[in-house]
Structure formats: C-alpha cells, structure tokens
Design a protein around this ligand. Structure first.
Ligand code: PHE
Ligand code: ZN
Length: 863
C-alpha cells in the first residue's frame, strides 16, 4: 500500500479515445469544513449509486498527499485501500452512503489548487483537478452532484463564509467560532465547487431578470479595495442583461457572488454562483488601472458570468472537450465586448491576441487541435488554442450560418443538453440540426492542428472584363499529424477598382478544397483584392498585392479590419524585407500612416491600432530563421523614420488628444491610446523635448493609462527622467501589488540593451516573489515576450528563464509550466542560440523531482 503511493509514478498519458462513462454516480454530497489555515478538517457524506448495467469497485481520486482518516459505508467503518492516489472501496450493493474524513493544510498549499490561503482568506480552486486535494471523489466533469456545504470558522478572522448556491443557515458557536450552510440546487461537477472564508467587505447590488426574479449580487474584496469594484459590478449587470437579449439566457439562482483574491493561477473561475477572480480582473479605478485593464475586467466578468450557461448548466463530458465551454464562452465575451464599444477595434484586438499567442503555439512543438487527443497534465491545455482558436471556430459557425440560425443552434444545444455533460460533437450536431446545414467537413477544425495558409492570386483578363481569383490552401504538419485534409474556410472578400476606388464585388467564399477558382464577370477596371475581411477565417493569407495596392486599401477599403490589415501587411512586408536585406523602402508605410493620421473621419482608437508597428516577435514569426538583432535594427529604423518624417503630425496628434480630465468612454480611451503612441514616435523621431513631455505626462496624469504609457516611453530610453520616474512610480504604488506588477513589467519590456541584466536584478528585488503568480508573470512572462532581450546572444535570458521555472516548479507547477513555451521555439533560431536554448531545456529535463506539468512541456519542446 505504501509502495504504490511513494513509487515515482511513470507519467500517465490520458487519451481521448479511452473515454469510458463513470461506473458509480454521486447524486448528492454533504461537505462539512472545520476551517483553519493550518489544519482544516473536511468530511463528506456521499450517496453513491452504481450505473445501470455497470459493476466494479468505487474509485475515488485523491491527490497532494491526501489520506483518509476515517471511511464508513452505510454508517459502519469500512475496508479500503489506496491504489496510487485513488481510494478504492469494494461495495456489496448498488447504492450506499459513503462517509470520509480527511485533514488538509491550506496555508501550506503553494500550488493554489484545492483549498488554499491568500492574503488572510481561505478559498478554493478546483478546475480542472483540484477537488481531489480537498476530498476523495470521482474527480471528472461527467459526475454531477447536488452539494450541501457547512463551514465553521473563527468569527473574527473569517466573518464571511461563502459557498455555491443559496445561504440556508448560520449562527454563532462557542469559542468565538461561527457556522454557515449553503446549498446549491443545481447538480454540478466537482470542478465547480467553491468556498471562501475571510474578512471581506461586500459591494451589494441587484439584478432583476427578464422574468422578474430578483438576484442579489455581491462583489467581495478587502474593505480598502471596495471602491475599485464599481466597474466590475457595472460589467456584471451589463453581462446579465446582454445574455438575456442575445442568447435568451437568464440567471438561475437568487444569489450571484464574486470574490477577488490576490493569488490565483489563471484569470478567474466560474464556480456556480460563486465566481472567484484574480483580483487584477476585478479591481479598477483611474489611478491604478489602465484602459486595457478596465476592458479586461469587463471581459473577464462577462466571460465567467456567461459560463453559467456555457459551462455550468451544460458542462464538458471530459477535459478533451474543454473548448466546448471555453471556445464558446470566449466567443460570447468577445461579442459582448464588441457590443459595448467598437466592433472594429475589438476585432483588431482579438486578432492581435490570436496572432501573438495562438499562431506561434500552432507553429511549434506544443501544437494541438482545439480538442486535444492526449495529455499528461490537463493544466497544460488551458491554451490559446483551446480558448482563442476555439472562439474563432465558433465564430466561423456564426459566420457560416448567420446570426439567426446560429441562435437557433445555441437554443437547441442548451435545451437538449441542459443539466448534462457533453461533447464538442454534440454542439456541432445541434448547429447542424437547427440549421439544416451539413457540417461534417467543418468538424476538421476540432481535430486538425496548425494554422491553414491560403495563397490568393488575382488575375485580371482585360479583354474579357473578367477577374480570376485562385485560392490554394494548405495545412502545415504538426506533432503527430503529418498529412492534413483541406479545411472549410469562410473567406469574406471584395474587389475594388484601382481607378475609382469603387467596390466592384463583395461575397463570402466558403472554401472546401485544396484549390479553388472564382471568376468575377464584368470587371473592366483593374481590381484590387480585399480578402479575409473581418478576419472571417483564422488563417494566414499570402497574396501578391503590391505595396501600392496595400496603400490603396489602407485608404479605401470599407471593411475596417481589412483597412487596418492593409497597413499592417505593408509594415510587415517592409520589416521582413528589411530584416532579410538590411534595408527597405519606408516610403509606402510613411505615406499610408500619414494618410491615416490625416483622415478626420476615423475613430481615434482605430487609428491608434493601425499605427502600431508589428511586434518584433510577430516579425520573427514570418521568418524561417529568426534573427532578433536584424529585426530590432530594421524595426528601429522604421520607427525612427516614421517619427522623423511625421514629426509635426505626431506633435499635432499629441496636442489634439491631450486632455487632462479622465473620462472612461471609447473615444476618450482611443485618444489616450493615440496620444501615447504619438509620444513614442516623438521620442524615437528625435524630438528634443520628448523626455520632458513624457515626464510631464507621467507627473500630471490623472489616470494610469497616461502614467504607465509615459513610463513605458521613458523606460526605453536613457534620459535622466527615466530613473526619476521609475523611482517615483515605485514610491507611489509600493503598497499596491497590482500596480507594482506594472513596474516590473515596464522594465522587463524595455528596449534598452541592459534589459537582461536589469531583469536579473529585479528578480532579486525584495518585492519579487515566486509565490504570487501575477508577480512571477509580471517579470518573467513579460521578459520572455521581449524578443530582443530574451534572445540575448549570451544565452543569459534562457538560463534565467530555466532557473525561474525550476524554482517556481517546486511551489506551483501549473504556473511554472506556463512559462516554458518561449524556449520551445529553439528550432526557429540560428544554430548558436538554438543550442543554448536546447541546453536549458535539457538541463530542466535532467532535474530530479520535476512536476508532470513541467515535464510535459519540456519533453514536448525537445521532441
Ligand atoms: N475556467 C476558467 C475560465 O476560463 C479558467 C481556469 C482554469 C481558472 C483552471 C482556474 C483554473 O474561465
Ligand atoms: Zn472560461
């Protein structure tokens, strides 16, 4: 028995094809917690029932060293055994009551999975497999139970006791302790279980559903943070109304609570009726949160709320179906955010995020389909592919079927599967049945990894007044998937007359084959191709459009995304050429930027997006061999020329968008964005007063967007104002950990040559810690996103990352493993850097006691 538990487990691969339904069901569970940070006792009483026609022992998952103190079956002490981490019971009948008691130590839990302590409060995180660290249980999403939870705790330290569902009782006990009981009427998988105990203040509000029920809303934080919850509360109410209007989904309990915690592995968690959030996605006020933070708060609040239907009422059969809830819910939160502001700007932001995080994943050793086939550690599959590409796949269904038929499909999906755990296939089935459309080929999006490439070439036959568009698609090989089939690609396209700028044609082509030809008749003027408008398919498009054609589209396309894309493509082509050849003609980019800046009809937020030069990493993604120095050099040269050539325009833009009173609305946000971009161009363009302007903006700012923006501009340079501003920022915000994260990030993202050594120094700063995931990511995660600094030719960046991962792995494997992917790109670097990167991966792999989280990411990165 002991041996089975202590023997080093060979990493177990879980495969989708091995799915088998549960043998035992657990219709109800009563949990009793005697809460204490050092020693919490937990006991569970579960009704267990053998599924019809099934047989075999009851296997309950455990983990993190969990040991049963007592085990009883139908009120009698029972025989049990451990097989690995599982508690196994041979039961005589088909239905029993099983009671188990355990003890856990929340304050010793550094993994932040299960029950843990954060800033004086106790909270849980159970997705994906954290519940097994609290109680022995069939920890799989297709076992749904009704929960009752009773908590007792010291009343002074933990005056607030929360769990899922409705509060059904409570009161005082002896010894300064008190108790509370909660009951959740909706059966749920254990990954949605939650409790919180702490000294928390509450912003209370209410929402009246469309059928007239009143829902009590609460956002819980430390008393001092309460003023920062106004924005989150407004977003919650807007989300509740939006889901009723757009999806016909009404909230189903009388209570909806949110708790913000400072230590959290991900963004937030959709526990039924009790969402638990990383505080960075709840707290916002003008002095401490940027506009991007405000948007992220609203987006994540909406995301978690929307999970109440897409995730909780209908959940996943197994973790391979993760994108069923995540892809769909990301799509829903994207739609919500678009409806709150500008559709065009939101689409640009989402595509930028996809290209920054998901395209590289799809092109590297960790590529996997949105519905993976196997895993060692499911925590490694909460990826940009499952989330963001998953959302693009749902968006394509919306595009192919149209809003009305898509809504019929979601209605059918929710009705058919309410209260059950289901699959991605079932979702597509509902879309098929509701629309009458055959989606069999479309399902390839769930099984094939890799970003499809589409080559488009347009030939104008002047004689026949005809334009011939040839489209060719290919899907690259990815690990375990050599040969791919052509995918279904909805491609919105249009033709514009090069002479008049008039739109000659517009249509959506649903590409299904490897090669297709589309003929446009009656085209007498030379046509220019606009393709993948609104980014209708998550693909890479290659065209033979000239810089002049792209400049034309940047001024004339009537699809804002395509217009943005034309400028970006022009910049990208220029940068790729510059990196390859050492120089490039900057004039077409300068002209396009000048024209865009001069167009008074454009929304400032849109202009700001368009002015952003593609990142160094994105330029690197376009190259066979990434040359970080050549990319930096050529990108610097383009920035400098844009700054210099348009110096007066940037000055004018800066002045026109500079207002001193903070307002939060799309126009004001766009103006702030544009202003700081202009400031950056003034700085690189050599404006003598740039540092003084930046320092003025830093000091006078009445909001964090302006202040951090100015700090970022200063942090890239050598002006004496840099150190003054960094020190002032630190002094002002040293007590606010979310803002201090920005201080670390700004320095880690600096374009200065000494960034690697500054980052090493910051890792020794007293405010740096490996135990808080936000802080770890603010320095290490940001540094690895800084391509030039991370790829310092000495290899010190790689060594630093490996050291950090190894140190963090001992505390928090899930968060440590998330930092590894940048090293996995080694095959794309020149041989010297590639060897240094590989050596660090090998060093990690050879380290004894690696978690399976880190082991999986490292071994796959080397394969
Ligand atoms: N389910 C959460 C979400 O996307 C993410 C999450 C996963 C949070 C695992 C914590 C742990 O909304
Ligand atoms: Zn989610």
């Amino acid at each position: 028995m002991l041996d089975a538990q202590t023997a080093p487990a060979a990493p177990h691969v879980t495969r989708r094809e091995d799915y088998a339904p549960p043998v035992w069901l657990v219709p109800t569970i009563d949990l009793v917690f005697d809460l204490d940070p050092a020693r919490t006792s937990v006991s569970a009483t579960m009704q267990v029932e053998l599924k019809e026609g099934a047989g075999g022992p009851l296997r309950l998952d455990g983990g993190g060293g969990l040991r049963p103190l007592t085990v009883a079956v139908d009120g009698q002490p029972a025989e049990w055994r451990m097989e690995g981490d599982q508690l196994v019971l041979d039961l005589a009948g088909r239905a029993h009551e099983v009671a188990i008691a355990v003890e856990i130590a929340p304050e010793a839990n550094t993994q932040l999975m299960g029950l843990y302590a954060s800033g004086g409060l106790l909270c849980t995180q159970c997705e994906a497999e954290g519940f097994r660290r609290i109680m022995f249980f069939p920890d799989r999403p297709d076992v749904l139970s009704r929960y009752t939870v009773r908590m007792t705790a010291d009343k002074a330290r933990f005056p607030v006791l929360l769990a899922n569902g409705d509060h059904v009782g409570g009161g005082d006990l002896d010894d300064g302790r008190h108790w509370a009981q909660w009951r959740d009427p909706f059966p749920k998988p254990c990954y949605l279980f939650a409790l919180v105990a702490g000294d928390l203040a509450c912003r209370a509000d209410q929402f009246i559903t469309r059928s007239g029920r009143t829902v009590a809303l609460g956002i819980y934080t430390a008393q001092s943070d309460l003023p920062k919850t106004e924005h989150a509360m407004a977003a919650l109410k807007a989300s509740m109304a939006w889901d009723e209007q757009v999806y016909g989904r009404e909230y189903d309990l009388a209570v909806f609570n949110i708790v913000a915690v400072g230590d959290f592995n991900f963004g937030a968690m959709e526990n039924k009726g009790l969402n638990i959030f990383n505080s960075r996605y709840i707290l916002a006020d003008p002095d401490t949160a940027t506009d991007a933070d405000y948007d992220a708060v609203a987006g994540v609040v909406a995301h978690e709320y929307f999970h109440n239907w897409s995730g909780n009422r209908v959940t996943c059969r197994d973790w391979f179906q993760l994108s069923l809830k995540e892809g769909f819910t990301v799509f829903r939160d994207q739609q919500f955010s678009a409806d709150q502001g500008s559709h065009a700007v939101k689409r640009i932001e989402d595509v930028r995020a996809l290209r920054a995080a998901q395209f590289p994943e799809d092109a590297g050793p960790l590529a996997h389909p949105i519905r993976p086939e196997s895993y060692l550690e499911i925590g490694n599959f909460y990826t940009a592919t499952v989330y963001n590409k998953g959302a693009e796949v749902i968006r394509m269904l919306h595009t192919l079927l149209g809003a009305e038929r898509f809504r019929k499909g979601t209605d059918l999906y929710f009705t058919r599967h309410d209260g059950t755990a289901t699959t991605c296939d079932a979702f597509v089935d509902a879309m098929e049945d509701a629309s009458g459309e055959d989606l069999s080929r479309f399902r390839l999006w769930y099984s094939q990894a890799g970003t499809p490439r589409v080559k488009a070439s347009l030939v104008h036959e002047t004689g026949g007044g005809r334009a011939r568009l040839t489209l060719e698609q290919s899907v690259p090989a990815t690990p375990g998937q050599r040969d791919k089939q052509p995918m279904v690609l909805p491609l919105r396209l249009a033709l514009f007359s090069a002479e008049t700028g008039k739109r000659l044609a517009a249509q959506m082509v649903v590409m299904q084959d490897a090669r297709e030809e589309i003929v446009f008749e009656g085209v007498s003027e030379r046509p220019i191709l606009s393709i993948n408008r609104d980014f209708s398919a998550p693909v890479i498009v290659e065209t033979d459009r000239s810089p002049a054609d792209l400049a034309f589209l940047s001024a004339h396309d009537d699809d804002p995304f395509a217009r943005y894309e034309a400028v970006q493509q022009l910049m990208l082509d220029t940068l790729v050429a510059g990196a390859a050849r050492g120089e490039a003609d900057h004039r077409p980019v300068i002209a396009a930027v000048r024209d865009t800046l001069a167009d008074a009809h454009l929304d400032p937020a849109f202009v700001a997006e368009t002015m952003l030069i593609p990142t160094e990493s994105f330029v690197g993604d376009q190259m066979l061999v990434v040359d970080p120095e050549a990319i930096r050099r050529t990108r610097d040269a383009l920035r400098r020329d844009l700054g210099r050539e348009l110096l007066e325009q940037w000055r004018a833009i800066y002045a026109a968008n500079h207002s001193n009173r903070f307002e939060y609305n799309p126009t004001a946000k766009g103006m702030r964005r544009l202003k700081t971009i202009a400031l950056g161009f003034l700085a690189v363009g050599g404006a003598e007063d740039a540092a003084a302007l930046a320092f003025g903006q830093f000091n006078d700012a009445d909001n964090m967007t302006d202040r951090q923006g100015a700090l970022g501009v200063l942090a890239n340079g050598t002006a004496p104002e840099r150190e003054t501003a960094l020190a002032a920022f630190y002094d002002r915000y040293r007590g606010d950990s979310l803002v201090l994260d920005k201080w670390f990030t700004t320095q880690a993202l600096s374009m200065r040559a000494d960034t690697p050594e500054q980052v090493e120094r910051l890792a020794r700063h007293p405010d740096f810690t490996l135990t808080n995931p936000n802080r770890l990511r603010s320095l290490v995660g940001a540094f690895t996103a800084n391509q030039y600094a991370f790829h310092d030719p000495s290899g010190r960046g790689y060594r630093f990352l490996a050291d950090m991962v190894l140190a963090a792995d001992r505390l928090n494997p899930q968060t440590a493993a998330k930092l590894i992917p940048p090293l996995g790109r080694w095959r794309r670097l020149e041989p010297t850097r590639a060897a240094l990167m590989k050596a660090e991966l090998e060093r990690m792999l050879a380290t004894p006691g690696l978690s399976k989280d880190v082991f999986e990411q490292v071994s796959k990165s080397l394969a």
